[in-house]
Design a protein around this ligand. Sequence first.
Ligand code: HEM
Length: 388
Amino acid sequence: MSPTLFFQSDIKDPYAIYKTMLDDHPVFWDEANQIWAIYSHEYCTEILNSLNVNIPTINPNNEQKLNEHALKIINHLSRLSNGTQHAIAKETAMILFANIKSIDINQIIVELLDNDLIENKIDWVDSVCKKLPVLVILKSFGFEQDDCKFISEKIELLVKMMLLNKSAEQVQAINEISESSYSIVKKHLSSLSFYKPLLDKISESHTISLEETITISVSNLIGLLIQSYDACRGLLSNSLLQIINTHNLIPKNNINKTQIQKLVIETLRFDPPIHNTRRLAITDIVLDKTIIKKNETLLLVLAAANRDQKKFDNPLSFDIERINNDENLTFGIGGHMCLAKYFSIHLTTETLFHLFNNYNTIAILENNILYEPMINARLPKNIWISIQ
Ligand code: HEM
């Protein structure tokens, strides 16, 4: 089996592989997969900050046969673009995100728990982690109830847009829901007071047409929803597993948000939802005395960099008091760094606080957690818990 590209569902302990690779081959050429895998914190940081790499194209010449609406979205996402197009998309995404309203997260959590709790048992992943982040973003933008329902039910399919390889069924589903998602978001955006100033600002400062600016705005709001789905789901899941496994760190009679937030940040380092991301070299690059040639692809193993002993003391120990836990690479770094780091940490902290503050006993009902068959993310499929 390849030590670089594997499904997280097939591997019990990916961190053991990362440790071996980090110790022996921090910059590794995987001949079979024609990809460089980078494991150290120093080199991952160097590449994430480098101007000599791009985000690889995931659907060259539309070989996946996405339709007009899906293409419109995918071709304008900040996450997938480079150069000037990236600067415009990122600025748009950041203005959109800066305009979300603060809402009562607890009310949504209560509804999600009430909907699915049967005899005190609930699948934390299905009932909370997959729904909460998207609902919070939709409601923070003021979407109507029906639109929240439609988009939160379809988001699992829309997210498949980001896959490198898509099955014919996935392409069909993406094509089917892209048109309606696009028109719902476009209509709603046009009702928001910050929208016209946003369009004016972007189209004037970058001299692009109003129509193009609308497309960029709609696509990147959909992008915020897409980006929030898997990663936040994973953080909510992995943090719950850590808080239960290490409950002695958070005394039951003294649940406080500061402690939970420290635990969430350490979970981001120790057991992150996103394990790797990719880049394409656009010039020759020298790394660790090795030449990475123009047009070669790099896999940046962020989850390995997070356990690099040159960066973190005693990296294999889960320690919420380590002073530099926040220097993990889980949200990326550089131009493409995640714009929702604090949102994600806050949402997870509030959710776990709600759970532990409102229930006396929270227990995991199965020991063997299975993971999704994904290469870039380690996401528990289900976590059945009892809460009383
Ligand atoms: C635990 C939660 C999250 C994690 C671990 C995470 C992780 C990441 C990472 C690693 C990147 C950079 C990818 C790269 O450089 O190749 C990224 C980018 C991005 N994230 Fe997040 N993310 C999370 C939540 C969110 C949420 C909730 C949103 C939206 C509200 C979001 C929106 C974005 C966007 C728009 C980008 C693209 C930025 C750009 O390329 O300019 N993320 N995220």
